[in-house]
Design a protein around this ligand. Structure first.
Ligand code: BGC
Length: 852
């Protein structure tokens, strides 16, 4: 799909039609000479040196080979920001809104800028490869990493993902589209095998990867799962279509620990992460010597690693240092406002017009989720809550706050302004690692009570970790205090042991063990303003974790004597205010890497809270702070509903921008939003005897809802703005080589400038092929001033019409073209017969199945 044109005095947004700018500087200059140079370097290394390069040097970096002029390269998660090689509040990262917020913008140009900003963060943090974007699909809303992926639709995912890749790589940083392939669920994620048809793989799951690779991705991550019984790091799908058909010349990086055998070296798997251990090393050297793995395969892998190094400036003479960009929090605010989806606005309650009072409730109003959990987590320097955002935006409005309902499960970290380091007397916690002899290995002050070390914890067998802080609570009464960590731990208060536990987790998911460890708590009575010496002693003898990986939280949970009373208080405050705003959402035990959800319902008593507030005040706005769909049984009882995702560090300010109308809610749903969980057509994420069957084939997301004849609460593509649009007319014209061009005329019939996302869908009712009821073929955003019209031109590539049947094929005959604001509202219709045989014009971009 390409761009939009408008003769009107309105701004239009090009859709990612940008040259294939994948290789900066000298790398692009003479590819043949470069290949020769890289081969010569690879051949100058011994087999041992070559093989060493193919496993990580540690958790996040590759080995250097100074003799070859190769420095180590650093890889890091995001992708909604860049964490860097350490997880540490003393080196914060920009926390951008989650992937679903970005894709809800339906704006590849914004995704490109997002990629550029991410690359800036990578440069600031000394990172060469950003482990993202996640371009798996929203197959089921129960998917635990749904928040991290873009959409249920392959085209939208591909457009946003490829633009992100181009943005990152335009700054000389490698992107790493992940996880290849069919990694759309978390249950048994290391071992489950996916049964999926070729047609579904090609038309749906592989399509976004094809788009990102053809746009020049320098690396791709192979996933943990198997497809048709073969684990992905050994799977032939790495060779074809990835390399042989799409021309991928980059490095296949394994997901962390996904390389499990020497056999993976015979596949197109290049780099085994993390290191320095792992199944390759000496075993691979021996396998090559024994003729079990061809030496040429090793040399090829090394050449590709060297090519990556050349691309990111890690090979040869040190490139001039990159300018360290500053953290651009304003961009996080912009993306979030562009991604917020307004799905209900009865009687035009929004935007708010400076009300005298607002009663805010919901735990996420004060402690929002700005990002999803797991490896995607970054450590922001500062986050802005909805409550703070509203108070800042409306200084003349009385904004009250009531908790209403508890969302948190597990422990919340203790607020820094209540903690004092006993040694220095300033804010913080004292953290000490001791070796088996009791000698100090590390003694430092930290500024947050949820600590994670990913590979860099100075842990050895039988050593201990001590955390010490003076805690001054702000509230008198009972509180649950405790810790979350795997292994034997004791909590003492003022020298008295109050809690001891040895937590463990079932299964062997290292990420869950470190990032989501189980909690133990005890109820203690505390007095506001008094100082309590808290001490945690944790034994590091446990061996579940990856070397050097450890996660530990010292935290609390409120003790609630009556949930009903909390709801009643919030409702009472709402009754007395002009407007009520309830912020509902999920928590880190619900949406995170390592597990899938088992319900779409909001945790705790939040549904009851919304009903009670709405009954007390008809002018109620509900803000949903979740990364993926939740059920909203009260949605018709409230005036306005905003779906706001995990909003990044500027969440509260962006939300206030939208609520007050300073900015339009720009988002359109990138995924169907169900009304009832029982109605979701594709829900299952649980493998049976190790196998997850994608029996729905190509019919997922809106395609499945349409096929089932059931309406979701809000359809794919849907979203309201603060103005209205009318779709006036459409013309369609076949182009050369099976392409087409669609022109849509629409007008802004409301009173303010607004942005519309015009969407084009194809269908083929008489098809002899298995086809979706209709499928997204193109889209374009356009901003139109009040009362004006615009013409949006959307180019459809040949692939939009093709289907997979042992190869890409174009079914002869006519397709129905429909256009409108979402998949369920398509007022414009036309018929179009592509002309596959008319040769492409000289200026025509190559077809997606032809090498560039
Ligand atoms: C995740 C990847 C991530 C890697 C490194 C894995 O558990 O699946 O997405 O990039 O860890 O943190």
């Amino acid at each position: 799909m390409s761009g939009t044109r408008s003769p009107e005095p309105s701004s239009t947004e090009p859709n990612s039609a940008e040259p294939n700018s994948t290789e900066p500087g000298s790398v692009q200059a003479d590819p043949a000479a470069l290949r020769e140079r890289l081969t010569a370097i690879a051949r100058s290394l011994t087999l041992e040196q070559q093989v060493r390069l193919l496993t990580g040097a540690d958790m996040w970096s590759t080995h250097a080979e100074p003799a070859a002029g190769l420095r180590s390269m650093v890889l890091s998660d995001g992708p909604s920001g860049v964490r860097g090689a350490i997880w540490d509040e003393r080196d914060p990262s920009l926390n951008l809104p989650s992937a679903a917020a970005l894709s809800a913008s339906w704006d590849p140009e914004l995704a490109h800028r997002y990629g550029v900003i991410v690359a800036g963060e990578a440069i600031r943090k000394g990172v060469d490869v950003v482990l993202g974007p996640t371009i798996n699909l929203h197959r089921s809303p129960l998917g635990g990493r749904h928040f991290e992926a873009y959409s249920e639709d392959p085209l939208l995912t591909g457009e946003i993902g490829a633009a992100f890749v181009r943005g990152v790589q335009s700054a000389g940083i490698a992107a790493c589209p992940k996880h290849y392939i069919a990694n759309d669920f978390e249950t048994e994620r290391f071992t489950a095998s996916v049964e999926v048809s070729d047609q579904a793989l090609r038309e749906v799951y592989l399509a976004p990867f094809e788009r990102a690779v053809r746009d020049g991705a320098w690396t791709v991550m192979s996933s943990y799962n198997a497809v048709r019984g073969v684990t992905m790091s050994e799977n032939d799908l790495l060779r074809s279509p990835l390399c042989e058909e799409w021309g991928f010349d980059g490095v296949v990086v394994s997901d962390w620990t996904a390389v499990r055998s020497v056999a993976a070296a015979r596949a197109r798997q290049d780099l085994a992460m993390p290191g320095p251990g792992g199944p390759w090393g000496d075993a691979l050297v021996a396998a090559v010597r024994a003729g079990e793995v061809p030496a040429a395969a090793i040399e090829d892998k090394v050449c590709r690693l060297l090519l990556l190094a050349a691309r990111v400036g890690a090979l040869g003479a040190e490139p001039p240092p990159r300018t360290r960009p500053v953290i651009d929090a304003g961009f996080a605010r912009e993306v979030e406002a562009r991604g917020i989806v307004l799905v209900r606005n009865a009687e035009g309650l929004l935007p708010l017009r400076a009300p005298a009072s607002i009663a805010v409730s919901g735990q996420n109003a004060e402690l929002p989720r700005t990002q999803g959990g797991g490896s995607a987590t970054v450590v922001p320097g500062e986050t802005v809550s909805p409550l703070t955002g509203l108070r800042q935006a409306l200084p003349a409005t009385v904004v009250s706050y009531h908790l209403g309902a508890v969302v948190q499960e597990g422990l919340a970290e203790l607020p820094l302004d209540c903690l004092t380091d006993p040694e220095t007397g300033s804010a913080g916690l004292r953290v000490r690692f001791r070796d088996p002899a009791g000698d100090l290995v590390l003694d430092e002050v930290r500024f947050c009570s949820a600590l994670v070390w990913l590979g860099n914890a100075p842990v050895g067998d039988l050593a201990t970790l001590e955390i010490l802080t003076d805690y001054r609570p702000t509230v008198t009464g009972p509180v649950e205090l405790g810790f979350a960590v795997i292994g034997p731990t004791v909590l003492s208060i003022d020298g008295v042991n109050v809690l001891g536990a040895d937590n463990s987790v079932a299964g062997h998911d290292p990420a869950t063990a470190v990032l989501s460890p189980p909690a133990s708590t005890t109820v203690v009575e505390l007095e506001a303003g008094r100082s309590y010496r808290l001490r945690l002693e944790h034994s590091l003898a446990d061996t579940v974790r990856q070397p050097g990986a450890l996660g530990i939280t010292l935290g609390s949970r409120p003790v609630i004597s009556s949930e009903d009373a909390l709801i009643a208080e919030a409702a009472e405050a709402a009754r007395e205010a002009e407007v009520a705003v309830v912020v509902v959402g999920t928590n880190s035990q619900v949406e995170s890497e390592g597990f899938d959800r088992d319900t779409l319902a909001l945790p705790g008593r939040q549904d009851d809270l919304v009903r009670a507030v709405a009954a007390a005040n008809p002018r109620t706005v509900v803000v949903v702070n979740s990364g993926s769909p939740v059920t909203m049984p009260w949605r018709s009882q409230v005036r306005a509903v905003l779906l706001t995702w995990f909003g990044g560090q500027e969440y509260g300010r962006a939300l206030a921008d939208v609520l007050t109308g300073a900015v339009e809610p720009g988002g359109r749903l990138p995924t169907s939003w169900p009304g009832e969980q029982a109605e979701v057509p594709v829900l299952d994420v649980t493998p049976v005897q190790g196998v997850l069957r994608y029996d729905e084939g190509i019919h997922l997301g809106y395609r499945a809802w349409l096929r089932a004849g059931v309406q979701p609460a809000y359809p794919f593509g849907f979203g309201l703005g603060y103005t209205s649009f009318e779709y006036e007319s459409m013309s369609v014209a076949p182009g050369p080589d099976g392409t087409a061009e669609v022109s849509i005329r629409l007008s802004n019939t409301g009173a303010r400038t607004g942005r519309e996302v015009a969407q084009v869908y194809l269908s083929r009712p008489d098809s002899v092929q298995d086809r979706p009821v209709r499928w997204l073929a193109g889209f374009a955003g356009v901003t139109v001033p009040a009362g004006e019209s615009a013409t949006v031109v959307i180019a459809l590539p040949r692939r939009a019409f093709e289907h997979w049947q042992d190869g890409w094929a174009l079914e002869p005959g006519s397709f129905t073209v429909q256009a409108g604001p979402n998949v369920a509202d398509l007022p414009l219709r036309a018929e179009l017969t592509p002309r596959p045989d008319q040769p492409p014009r000289a200026d025509q971009p190559p077809r997606p199945d032809q090498p560039r």
